[in-house]
Design a protein around this ligand. Structure first.
Ligand code: BLA
Length: 513
């Protein structure tokens, strides 16, 4: 429950979101022993079934949800075939006649039964949803770019859920995210292209979302229903609700949603190569229930989208590596033709430039500095090499896309040297091959000022951020990032060059004999 002391937002990533001790109240939750006896109940049980939560504990399930419903659910619940992910067990009528979709899972030493209130009496019917997934699969082969696939997925998820705005949200290497695709109803503001800071989704939430792939917040104004008793009697600790569909969510995030004018939200994890790549994030201005069947369809659509992203990223990466390697091999061929490898370098300057997609390249030896393209002047390069030596980069590759963050004199040369890839090419001398990338001044459109919370008093104690209006930040001193393949192949290039140099030295020695 929200405390009265102001919440320290720097502790965002310490909030124990897996063990909130309560659930969202659009259904009730029971934990059961292996024989089906009720161990714990959510305090709102009475509202849905007429049975008091305290009175339910220690009773057989039939005395809580009725003989019929218990008879239908108990075999599935107690056969020990449940995993950590909630499985749909049927739509039941409780003793008082109210209808619920029943979900079961087993986690944290107990069987968890969640019953979500529904209007209908019939069981869920997935048949309507297959064409939607089929439609998406049909388009997958015709659609080339990740962006257009993501847009298609957003549109389909909006059709299934009826949410007002559906976005595909991608994380960058620093954990900030941007909206790469969107489908929205008229009247909803667009977040397309906007950036959100990493702190909006703290680390422990990302960890959880990598395990549990979907979550629904039906009404951001809900009053949580605590578990009774508050501790899991098997473990003696608060229940781990990581996989529970009804898990109560962080009050900070609920405030965030209200600030955003979003009263219902759902998000689906997009896992690419085992990592949380992004989310399909859905918003609605008003509270919005969403049955398990539709959530499952969205979850599956998310899985297909993630697989597509993975295979397209793999293909692009492979293509890129092949191209860079081809350039490297061609250069090595030319470099070994003449007697002096260093001298030969100036002969392949254009190729060197293309190899690393650089703006300028320099070969630095004890005696001289040879440059090509857009580089700092020879004097500045000399200073830079002295710094690299002093920092101990004489035996390994150094790379940065923000030189001024590491190098004290970097600000002065940021125009053509915000990015640096430095390769020592001799074991004996201070010889370097340097690639420079120019500064790319760019504007980031944040959804709201991400720095606001440091400077401004929060209007309410739980406020993460109050404005999501576009806030532009101009970024200086940063180049395009080096691709991992470029860095790796530069390493190979270096080994090859050192190998050639060694061979030459041996040949010279043989000649001298
Ligand atoms: C959770 N924050 C989330 C979630 C999203 C976002 C999607 C997952 C829950 C959900 O599906 O709603 C953020 N929502 C976004 C973003 C977009 C969006 C970026 O639609 C962009 C389009 N949040 C803050 C601060 C804190 C914070 C300062 O802004 C720190 C206390 C916390 N956010 C926070 C926490 C969770 C969260 C703790 C986890 C909620 C939970 O699962 O319990």
């Amino acid at each position: 429950p929200p405390s009265s002391a102001p919440l320290d937002l720097s502790g965002c990533d310490r909030e124990p979101i897996r063990t909130p001790g309560s659930i969202q109240p659009h259904g009730f939750l029971l934990t059961l022993a292996p024989d089906g006896q009720v161990l714990q109940a959510s305090a709102n049980l009475v509202r849905w079934t007429g049975v008091d939560a305290e009175a339910a504990c220690g009773r057989p399930l039939a005395e809580v949800i009725g003989q019929d419903a218990a008879g239908r659910l108990l075999p599935a619940l107690t056969e020990r075939k449940l995993g950590p992910r909630p499985a749909y067990l049927g739509t039941i009528a409780a003793g008082n006649g109210a209808h619920f979709d029943a979900l079961g899972h087993e986690w944290d030493s107990v069987i968890v039964l969640e019953c979500e209130a529904v209007e209908r009496a019939e069981a869920l019917d997935f048949r309507d949803l297959y064409p939607m997934l089929g439609d998406f699969l049909l388009h997958v082969n015709e659609t080339q770019s990740v962006e257009s696939l993501a847009t298609l997925a957003a549109r389909q998820v909006r059709m299934v859920t009826g949410f007002g705005r559906v976005m595909v949200y991608q994380f960058d290497r620093d954990g900030h995210g941007h909206v790469m695709a969107e489908s929205k109803e008229e009247g909803y503001a667009s977040y397309m292209g906007q950036r959100f800071p990493a702190t909006d989704i703290p680390a422990q939430a990302r960890d959880l979302y990598a395990l549990s792939r979907i979550r629904l917040i039906q009404d951001a104004n809900y009053v949580p229903a605590p578990l009774v008793p508050s501790e899991n009697p098997v473990t003696g600790a608060r229940n781990d609700l990581s996989f529970a569909a009804l898990r109560s969510v962080s009050p900070v995030h609920l405030q965030y949603m209200r600030n955003m004018g979003t009263l219902a939200s759902m998000s689906v994890s997009l896992m690419v190569k085992g990592k949380l790549w992004g989310l399909i994030s859905c918003h609605n201005e008003t509270p919005c229930p969403l049955a398990f069947e539709k959530r499952t369809a969205c979850e599956q659509l998310g899985q297909v989208l993630a697989l597509c992203i993975e295979s397209r990223e793999d293909a692009t990466e492979l293509q890129f590596r092949l191209e860079v390697r081809r350039m490297m091999v061609a250069m090595l061929g030319n470099l070994t033709k003449g007697a002096d490898v260093i001298e030969n370098m100036s002969g392949v300057f254009p190729e060197l430039l293309r190899f690393a997609r650089a703006g300028g390249v320099a070969v630095v030896t004890d005696e001289r500095v040879l440059t090509w393209g857009d580089t700092p002047d020879a004097h500045a390069i000399g200073d830079l090499v002295a710094w690299l030596e002093a920092e101990g980069y004489g035996a390994e590759i150094y790379h940065t896309d923000q030189l001024s963050a590491d190098y004290p004199d970097g600000g002065a040369i940021r125009r053509n040297a915000s990015g640096l890839l430095a390769m020592p090419i001799s074991r004996l001398h201070k010889h370097y091959l340097l690639w420079f990338r120019p500064e790319v001044v760019h504007t980031i459109e944040w959804a709201g000022n991400p720095h606001e919370k440091e400077g401004m008093p929060a209007p309410t104690q739980l406020s993460p951020r109050t404005s999501f209006a576009t806030w532009r930040e101009v970024i200086h001193g940063v180049s395009l990032p080096w691709h991992v393949a470029e860095i790796e192949l530069t390493g190979e290039f270096r080994s090859a060059l050192l190998g050639i140099a060694l061979e030459r030295a041996e040949q010279m020695a043989e000649l001298a004999e």
